[in-house]
Design a protein around this ligand. Sequence first.
Ligand code: NAP
Length: 478
Amino acid sequence: MNLRSDAYIDGQWRTAAHRFDVINPATQDVIARVPDLGAAETEEAVAAADRALPAWATKTAKERAVILRAWYDLMIAEIDRLARLITLEGGKPLAEARGEALYGASFVEWFAEEAKRAYGRTIPTTTATRRYVTIKQPVGVCAAITPWNFPMAMITRKAGPALAAGCSIVLKPPSQTPLTALALAELAERAGVPAGVFNVVTTHSHTSAIGKVLCESPLVRKFSFTGSTDVGKRLGSACVGSTVKRVSLELGGNAPLIVFADADIDKAVKGAIASKFRNAGQTCVCANRILVEDSIYDAFSKKLADAVSKLKVGDGKAEGVEIGPLIDAHAIAKVEQMVAEAIGAGAVALTGGKKHAAGAQFYAPTVLANVTREMRVNREEIFGPVAPLIRFKTEDEAIAIANDTEFGLAGYFFSQDVNRCWRVAERLDYGMVSINDGIFSNEVIPFGGMKESGLGREGGVEGLEEYLETKFVNFGGF
Ligand code: NAP
């Protein structure tokens, strides 16, 4: 696999006079310069996807699956290079990047198989002279905009089901991590994905103009976005307001992780670290705030702070590193500001609480005690390696704090009481609830949120439905 730094439209590698720098967040070195494309090239890509659609859509699911399986096999064959690329442009530790590459590839394998089972229905008739059926058909040309925190998996979670269903797609990857997207395009080309079926339009300065084309083009029938809630709301409205296209939104989170007094405390500490500190706290399902029952608060916070203080911080390429850099200077400034505000309002840093000596974009893994519901670290997505601890006294209080947010993506809790496990799982207003486990995501589950965390599901059988129309057919005149 070569390092690709040109965009990929209609099966052609596209260069441009204007290019932008892709920066390694661990060192601030320039890794590559990528075409800074705009609305005109996006329209070309949409037109190419539209031309490619009929031939791709009319292949059988099995024929598409053979090509997607080849794409998946190439991803697995190149797993170490993909992992290095993810670390280089995104900063996450190499072991995590490898995990993401495997996770990313798994969506292509899963949906290639799932599309063979895109069954319609026969519906018992209400009139003797009629017969009713439904058939599943690809939605059409799709557009996708993805974030930098999972440079590979957020793409395959959309492109996998889209292509499997018989759709073509135009992808705008994030400006911080376009290289993994271009590597996927190279592997798609080698796997035999036809020209125009998978297109990658890179940009730095024309993000809004490209978004406008993708949201408003009448040729695009489905728009899928993963990123912040603010941007998702605006783009979702534009899609519906202009051309009423199908929309999937995977947006921000504010995940609670509740530790009840009947939990196994050591498991809860391990789970909290796995959930909170993955990708240096920069995932949408990271535990944002940790709610701890009063009677175990001191014991839990001490164990957590001890374990967090031992996490190894550094360049993700180095052996044994567990916490890499934050994505950019803006992210570091935001985390510094939120921690300073919390400490100013009475929180106490049990460990960390400041930038880390490893470099300009590193923040020390932090545990904050005495956090209150009013503080921004409880109310907003931190997107950094900071664990705020909030004390509660009753189950009702814990649920009230957990649900008191406009977000509803992932929620976690730790308890050994089976009745409580069922009860609390039902009462948490979150699209995904994980009990006694800090990590849960994979290709077979429906991933997605309630409330302002989004619309639709990715992965699982539900993920394919997002790219299929259900068409009703009436056979009359019997
Ligand atoms: P972001 O600022 O919303 O950016 C995400 C993508 O949207 C990028 O490709 C960005 O392009 C693009 N974008 C930004 N403004 C746009 C506009 N006006 N028109 C068209 N495209 C636009 O989010 P982020 O900071 O990269 O990602 C972090 C957020 O994503 C967090 O809130 C996180 O929770 C969420 N997330 C959610 C999920 C989920 O499954 N629910 C998964 C991962 C992340 P540029 O790079 O060119 O600006």
